[in-house]
Design a protein around this ligand. Structure first.
Ligand code: F3S
Length: 655
């Protein structure tokens, strides 16, 4: 067996032949949440009515929005901290660092299975852990101990050979993958990296690659647990958590991709999609206003140290605002000790909090028509907080060189043959570890005494109804291809702080994509969204399903739907459907009235006849759901479904 199948097989809750495309049920070991998505998760867990998380390790990270613009975000953090203490969950407090980098360093173990309420949860694949990004309701479900459903993925073997050249970064490997595979080519797939080239990559480099597998739409990505993983865990003082794990020799894979690392050159994802990849040297040399070095993807010790060496003794160009956010407290401490922070400060870099920050538009929004270069993982239009900015994604080495020159440049452009010095940087053999910002779970007795504090920003969790018998509704939005969850639910310090309050946040649904949508949908009462290819790509934020549901959207008919978003739609009562004939998309117009008779029965039959009343034609759509998802949909969403399931299992819940 390959490594993916081994881990899935060891977590099966029901026997299965594990045929790709079939539904499997999995026992979950870890759950992970973060502050801008998690309030809904803990409200859902509270509504389910169990006293305590039922998985081995649940962690609530407060790491995304650390800007307290007003009372909302501090209210959220206090709620999340008290809820975690109530339900037996670890808390990682603001200032400790970014969830994925911390989880792999402080909690992750090879062979474990983790579900995280964030699309970049696959980061943990760097240590041979199978980590899957899901919506917040799915995390709440996993915390009940009920097995998680998953469509059995195909497993693609990515064979890496050779060695990265100095000045190239693991970012260039995943950009090469995106160039080849596209932003939806990973749908229903796990990328399993093997080969001599993979063995040479250190854990944070593997994490960069596993993390950005999300940008291909992949279920997850994974590397073997080998000597590099042992070294990484030893540096974290956790060598005892190491176990070796690898695919069997001559394992079966569904397909194979080969990459010779030594053939790669610095690459760049151009606006506005992570798969719009070009060689960096071919990118037009425009003036750059901002450079950001950071994010869960590329803010490891080696990433920052290499950026510092590119900048050493040089100065950030006068036209560039260059910022850096290191991913964890212990990495920051080590970089300080080794002098790298000072090198960057001397060059004129501004250091930000140890948090996601600019990656999700919490600060450093680019100026009007600005050009920004980032080491993050997404460059969707508007994700930076400014829809008319253009964001380019590169490695930390290339970002540092760009900051110095003021236009696109690689480390070699700055250092010449001295670029080889970057090869001397390696991960430390021992990190300064302090878990002073981690609050461990309380005992059940102490937890019972905790009062969960809900400030006025914490509103209720809306619960949908089951699909109505005969649906007649107008199309409230006809969207194009590649609509991201950022388009549906915008990010920024201001918007992120509204996510605990659906009545408020829903007013900004599709705010940057179609500012009139929220009012139009609300006044229609109920409506249908029509989408193109890859609808709902990007972040796992389930608000992109909850807000439209709250505004009366009953179903989505699209050419294709991204995996995590589709799950969120099912969980929150919007029926996801695919055009049987994609050409029917072009026949529909916004505000057409569509009618569907016997909707629940047609969902069950997996073929739904839709009539366009205005234009007088009929077409067919296929519910994009498994058997269990159909049950969830007909029950009126996951909250009603899980409560019914727990009752059937004889598990007492409080409400
Ligand atoms: Fe945070 Fe950006 Fe990663 S928002 S979790 S740094 S993708």
């Amino acid at each position: 067996m390959n490594l993916t199948r081994k881990i899935l097989a060891s977590h099966l809750a029901k026997p299965s032949d594990m045929v790709p495309g079939s539904e499997i049920y999995l026992k979950v070991d870890h759950t992970l949440t973060h502050d801008i998505n998690a309030v809904m998760t803990y409200l859902a867990f509270e509504a389910i009515g169990l006293d305590r998380t039922q998985v081995e390790t649940s962690v609530s990270y407060l790491d995304h929005n650390l800007l307290y613009l007003d009372f909302k975000t501090p209210d959220d953090h206090i709620y999340l901290q008290t809820a975690a203490q109530k339900y037996g969950v670890y808390v990682s407090r603001p200032g400790n660092g970014i969830c994925h980098a911390l989880h792999v360093a402080r909690f992750g173990k090879p062979g474990k299975l983790s579900m995280g309420g964030d699309s970049h949860t696959p980061h943990g694949g760097a240590i041979g852990m199978l980590c899957i990004g899901v919506g917040g309701m799915d995390v709440a479900t996993a915390m009940t101990g009920v097995p998680m459903r998953l469509k059995m993925p195909e497993v693609v073997n990515v064979k890496l050979s050779g060695k990265l050249r100095a000045g190239c970064n693991a970012k260039d490997v995943i950009l090469e993958m995106l160039r080849r595979v596209s932003n939806k080519g990973g749908l229903g797939k796990v990328y399993e990296y093997t080969g001599d080239g993979a063995a040479l990559l250190e854990v944070p480099e593997r994490a960069t690659i596993a993390n950005m597998g999300a940008e291909m739409g992949a279920t997850t990505s994974i590397f073997p647990s080998d000597e590099a993983v042992r070294k990484f865990l030893k540096a974290q003082g956790r060598e005892n958590d190491y176990i070796p794990l690898a695919p069997d020799p001559d394992s079966d894979y569904d397909s194979v991709i080969e990459i010779d690392l030594s053939s790669l050159e610095p690459l760049c994802a151009c606006p506005h999609q992570p798969d719009n990849v070009k060689p960096l040297r071919e990118v037009e040399k425009r003036n750059v206003q901002q450079v950001f070095i950071g994010s869960c993807t590329n803010a490891s010790y080696s990433d920052i140290a290499k950026a510092a060496l590119v900048m050493k003794g040089r100065k950030v160009a006068d036209n560039v605002s260059c910022t850096c956010a290191v991913s964890t407290k212990s990495i920051y401490t080590q970089l300080l000790r080794d002098g790298y922070i000072e090198m960057m400060l001397d060059a004129g870099v501004r250091f930000l909090e140890l948090a996601c920050g600019p990656c999700c538009a919490i600060g450093q929004t680019p100026p009007t028509n600005g050009v920004a270069v980032r080491t993050t993982n997404r460059n969707f239009k508007g994700r930076s907080g400014n829809p008319n900015a253009e964001v380019y994604l590169v490695s930390p080495e290339s970002a540092a060189a760009t900051a110095i020159t003021g236009t696109f440049a690689s480390a070699r452009d700055i250092l010449g043959e001295d670029v080889k010095i970057l090869d001397t940087v390696h991960e430390p053999e021992e990190f300064p570890i302090s878990d002073s910002l981690i609050i461990p779970p309380l005992s059940p007795e102490d937890a019972a005494r905790v009062e969960v504090v809900k400030g006025p920003n914490i509103a209720y969790l809306p619960v949908p109804d089951a699909p109505e018998e005969n649906l007649s509704a107008k199309i409230s939005l006809k969207a194009g291809d590649n609509v991201s969850t950022d388009d549906i639910t915008p990010a920024s310090a201001e918007f992120s702080s509204m996510r605990s309050n659906i009545p408020l946040m829903s007013k900004y649904c599709f705010h940057r994509y179609d500012p009139d949508f929220a009012e139009r949908a609300r006044s229609l009462g109920k409506s249908i969204i029509v989408g193109g290819e890859n609808y709902g790509q990007g972040s796992s934020r389930e608000h992109a399903a909850i807000n439209p549901m709250f505004l009366g959207v009953k179903c989505l008919i699209a050419k294709s739907i991204a995996r995590i978003h589709k799950g969120n739609l099912v969980n929150h009562g919007i029926v996801p459907m695919l055009f049987e004939n994609p050409d029917d998309y072009s026949r529909l117009e916004q505000e057409d009235t569509l009618e569907i008779e016997n909707f629940p029965a047609q969902i069950q039959a997996k073929r739904v006849k839709v009539k366009d009343v205005d234009k007088g034609f009929e077409f067919f759509a296929r519910p994009d759901m498994s058997e269990t998802e159909i049950e969830v949909s007909l029950d009126g969403g996951q909250l009603r479904h899980i409560k019914k399931q727990l009752a059937e299992l004889g598990i007492n819940t409080k409400k």
